[in-house]
Design a protein around this ligand. Structure first.
Ligand code: SF4
Length: 213
């Protein structure tokens, strides 16, 4: 079994190789405030950032704060976010989250993991996304791409995203956490795709135990 020291060196090398290949974007979601980012992150479940960005300019103009999402009939909100898919669930999440923001934090988005996790529908992935992009707090975002790549690259054996997050955090210093999850996401979209990973054009093939599979 690979020692932690070797695994850390491999993770560092993977980051070194992938870092220059993908442009640095804080997040592809468009937002101006932490609250807007929170809403955009909820909308981004099972939806591309591009599609979310098509909907949010009008949405954010119309709904300025959490109270605005509670004022309108649910059907209206559902219609406004419909192009992002799963709009009934997302409308419910946005309204419950808005309600909790008002009740718990005076309508402001809190800047700690502990507080964010008290909001309905906000898991560690969403919280890390908001903390990293809006508050500059280090964190590993474990979405479907990061989960898949971490397993294929042999950086974790776990299936649970919270445990994967801990495993990845143990491999790199905290200033690299965010960037590491970002490059894994980009690499997952571009090369190490879910159905057919393109080993032959993969820049980290030599560091990957799944390259021969
Ligand atoms: S070698 Fe294949 S499995 Fe490994 S990271 Fe690259 S594309 Fe993914």
């Amino acid at each position: 079994m690979e020692s932690l020291k070797k695994k850390k060196a491999r993770a560092r090398k993977i980051l070194e190789i992938l870092d220059p290949l993908y442009t640095k974007e804080k997040t592809a979601l468009q937002y101006r405030t932490p609250f807007q980012l929170l809403i955009a992150t909820i909308l981004s479940a099972q939806c591309t950032d591009k599609q979310v960005n098509r909907v949010t300019p009008v949405l954010f103009e119309k709904y300025r704060g959490p109270e605005d999402y509670l004022k309108v009939p649910t059907a209206r909100l559902e219609e406004d976010i419909r192009p992002t898919g799963f709009y009934k669930n997302k409308a419910r999440s946005i309204r419950r989250c808005s309600q909790a923001l008002l009740e718990l934090y005076d309508g402001r988005v809190p800047g700690t993991m502990e507080e964010l996790l008290k909001l309905p529908g906000v898991g560690r992935k969403t919280a890390n996304c908001v903390l990293g992009a809006a508050f500059g707090v280090p964190g590993v975002v474990v979405d479907t791409h990061v989960k898949r790549l971490a397993l294929r690259l042999g950086l974790t054996q776990k299936k649970d995203p919270d445990k994967i997050e801990m495993d990845l955090q143990a491999l790199l210093p905290e200033e690299n956490w965010r960037r590491f999850s970002d490059v894994l996401i980009y690499h997952g979209r571009a090369v190490c795709k879910a159905r057919k990973p393109e080993h032959d054009r993969c820049a980290v093939m030599e560091l990957c135990p799944s390259s021969a599979l």
